[in-house]
Write a protein that binds this ligand. Sequence first.
Ligand SMILES: [Zn+2]
Length: 242
Amino acid sequence: MNEQLAILIQLQDVDSRSDVIAEKRRQFPLLVEAAAKPVEEAHAALAEVQGELDALNRDRRAKEQDLKEREERIDKLKTRSADLKTNKEYQTHLFEIELAQQEKGTVEERLLELMDRAEALQHTVREREAQIAARRSGYEAERARLQNEQNAMDAEAERLASESNTLADRLSPANHQSYEHLKATRKGVAVAALKNGTCQGCRLSLQPQLVADIRKNEKILACTYCHRILYSPPPALESQKT
Ligand SMILES: [Zn+2]
């Protein structure tokens, strides 16, 4: 095989692997963000029930104050009993106390309901706090895993970059320039394989004579259509390439 062609094939392979890593590397912040989402949702769920509980406690304190005032009023009513002169006045007075006590009873019932509801909400708060803790530890583990993966990829990217430089240095200036130009203008693929007479860069079929020449891998030849540098992989390799 032509030595320069062999270098170009290796260089393309190294650079393509670099591109794949760079693309994956760009996904990391999104993956970390996605991993944090369940924790944020759990926080929102807690805030919701906490808000409900706060409102309920305000309502409860108001009802307790109301109850206290009603009790004071009933006590005051009772002390007036001595001032009453007629039986009719006394009956009216008793009726007034009875009514006030009934109203107080209604407030007490409502207060008990609020306390039951508060207890249920407290239980939900504890459940949601536990959910946050569980999700947070899941998130921390995932973030650490992603960080490790990222570090490994950074190391691999660095290694590939240095390999790419070493290979590029071995190219003639003309071949290097042509490679860089094609890579920049052909979506990162400057060197493509020939498979069944078809350029794997643009998927078009080439003239039989050109196909025959490329199969020899003796010269640097370009695709008639996309101008990518073409090579013919050995049969075993060809079956792996798509
Ligand atoms: Zn082509």
